[in-house]
Design a protein around this ligand. Structure first.
Ligand code: SF4
Length: 210
C-alpha cells in the first residue's frame, strides 16, 4: 500500500536564489553541477541573460512534492514537480529509503500514464450482449454497483451454519470479495475492511498477491 500522500518538500528549489539551510542529496547534486557550470561559464557568458532565459526552461518556477509510486506495494519514493497546478515531471526520489532514486519500468511509465489522453476520466458501461462501451455518470455507476451488491448479498446470504448438533449464527455471504490495491492508503484500507465486514464478506485480498 502507498506509504504517503503528496507532501511538499520543505527545501523545495523553486527558482535560482531560494535559500535552504539543510541540503539533501538531490539538492547537493544540483548545486554541485550548477556551481561547476557557473565556474566554467561565468567568465564567458552574460549570467543575467542566462538567468532570464532560464525562466522559460522546463523546470523553472516549479514546486516540488514527494509522493509514492502507485503501481505496486514496494512504495518507491518519487518527486513530482508542479507548475500552475499541472504535473511537469515525475522521477525517483534519491533521498527515499526504499529506492534511493531508482524506479522500475512501471514507475518510470507513471508520468505518461498520468498524462495519457486514453486514460478513463468517467465510468464506462458495456451492456450485456453489447459490443461497445458507453460513458455513464458517477451517480449512475454508484447506483448500479449498489443494486448489484444488494441483489447478490440478499440472494446468497448465509445466516447460520451447522456446528455439531447446533446451528450457529454466521451472517455472511460467500459471493462477494474485496480487492485492495497498491494505491490505497492505510486509512482507505481501514475503511475497506470496515465496509467488507459490514456487508458480511470474509474475502479481502490485496492486488499484489494475485
Ligand atoms: S517503481 Fe516499480 S517497484 Fe517501485 S513501487 Fe513503483 S512499480 Fe513498485
Amino acid at each position: 500500500m502507498a506509504s504517503s500522500e503528496f507532501s511538499q518538500r520543505d527545501d523545495t528549489v523553486v527558482s535560482a536564489g531560494s535559500g535552504s539551510s539543510s541540503l539533501n542529496r538531490r539538492d547537493w547534486l544540483r548545486l554541485t553541477i550548477g556551481a561547476s557550470a557557473g565556474l566554467a561559464l561565468g567568465s564567458l557568458v552574460d549570467v543575467k541573460a542566462v538567468r532570464a532565459a532560464n525562466e522559460n526552461l522546463k523546470l523553472s518556477n516549479i514546486r516540488e512534492f514527494t509522493t509514492s509510486c502507485n503501481f505496486c506495494s514496494c512504495g518507491c519514493g518519487m518527486v513530482a514537480t508542479v507548475r500552475d497546478n499541472k504535473l511537469i515531471t515525475l522521477e525517483g526520489d534519491y533521498d527515499h529509503v526504499v529506492n534511493e532514486g531508482s524506479l522500475c519500468v512501471k514507475g518510470m511509465s507513471m508520468f505518461p500514464t498520468h498524462a495519457s489522453p486514453q486514460r478513463n476520466q468517467v465510468p464506462r458501461y458495456r451492456a450485456p450482449g453489447s459490443d461497445h462501451w458507453e460513458d455513464i455518470t458517477w451517480e449512475d455507476a454508484v447506483t448500479r454497483i449498489a443494486q448489484k451488491i444488494r441483489a447478490t448479498r440478499d440472494s446468497t446470504w448465509i445466516a447460520t451454519e451447522k456446528a455439531g448438533d447446533t446451528n450457529v449464527a454466521v451472517n455472511r455471504t460467500d459471493a462477494i470479495a474485496f480487492l485492495g490495491g497498491a494505491q490505497n492508503t492505510n486509512e482507505e484500507c481501514y475503511l475497506f475492511q470496515k465496509f467488507a465486514r459490514l456487508l458480511g464478506t470474509v474475502y479481502v485480498e490485496h492486488q499484489a498477491r494475485l
